[in-house]
Design a protein around this ligand. Structure first.
Ligand code: AMP
Length: 281
């Protein structure tokens, strides 16, 4: 496996791969790799693509009060994990290389980027789509892999690819969880022991909503209300939102038969966790 930090070097190496007839798969990450990220790398390897993993803590997707500076960074450990999972190349540019002085161009997927997390993290998805599009241009992958853990991000990137005619396939990979149901996240390391113990309640709540609506025929609206008020009584959890939306538009679901996404965001102490589940009602 090769580690590359300069873009001309990256492009030279990828040109050689392409010349050999091999397709290129791309897994964008911010590092602090865990089994969730490794599932994306394995999905890429399974399809026998040359697997490029980016490790870049993207400053433009963090708000001024968010954890850009303290975000966990450990390239040595990440490189070992990525290699073991089958990565062929790690691309780890500096922020100055991606956003040189005088950088002015941003990409935004309207409407979708303002829903769910977008309401609480202004500019976040604008930062994500901008850096992902820049990486797509640099790497020109055949496939790009994203986790359903960040469902809104995946839906926005699929829309960007469709709207801008990007010549690649965007592939969603199911969420990887701890045995107790907590979705793996690089931010789980911030949780205190008591917060870690409470954290699975987010996924348990989603499962209960799914079960109540799909199996017991309960009203989605009432079930969501009941779940929110239960969570609001939990002293360790500060619920930001618990919402059901149309999986394609992220707008309130209508009776179209489209799949529904139930998404949750909550603070445990100062750590913000998100999760989601699909529903068919
Ligand atoms: P991040 O490093 O948090 O920006 O995540 C990089 C990629 O890994 C994104 O596509 C995430 O959706 C994906 N990812 C993060 N956690 C998980 C997880 N628990 N299961 C599946 N994919 C994940």
């Amino acid at each position: 496996m090769i580690i590359v930090s300069e873009t001309p070097d990256l492009q030279k190496r990828l040109a050689t791969v392409r010349k050999s007839g091999r397709k290129i798969g791309f897994v964008p990450t911010m590092g602090a790799l865990h089994e969730g990220h490794l599932a994306l790398i394995r999905a890429c390897r399974k399809e026998k693509l040359f697997c490029v993993v980016s490790i870049f803590v993207n400053p433009t997707q963090f708000g001024p009060t968010e954890d850009y500076r303290k975000y966990p960074r450990n390239l040595k450990k990440d490189a070992k994990l990525a290699e073991k999972a089958g990565a062929d190349l790690i691309f780890t540019p500096t922020a100055e290389q991606i956003y040189p002085t005088g950088y002015r161009t941003f990409v935004e997927v309207e409407k979708l980027s303002k829903r769910l997390c977008g309401k609480y993290r202004p500019g976040h998805f604008r930062g994500v789509t901008t850096v992902v599009l820049k990486f797509f241009n640099l790497i020109q992958p055949d496939n790009a892999y994203f986790g359903w853990k960040d469902a809104q991000q995946l839906i926005i990137i699929k829309k960007m690819a469709q709207d801008l005619n990007l010549p690649m396939e965007i592939i969603g990979v199911p969420t990887v969880r701890e045995p107790d149901g907590l979705a793996l996240s690089s931010r789980n390391v911030y949780l205190s022991p008591a917060e870690r113990k409470s954290a699975p309640v987010l996924y348990q709540t989603l499962l209960q909503i799914k079960n109540d609506c799909e199996k017991r025929g309960k009203s989605l609206e009432k079930t969501l209300k009941a779940a929110s008020s239960r969570l609001k009584k939990n002293p360790l959890i500060k619920l930001q939102y618990l919402e059901a939306v149309d999986l394609n538009t992220l707008e309130p679901p209508e009776n179209t038969g489209n799949e529904i996404l139930v998404a949750i965001a909550a603070f445990l102490g100062s750590t913000r966790l998100i999760d989601n589940i699909f529903l068919k009602v």
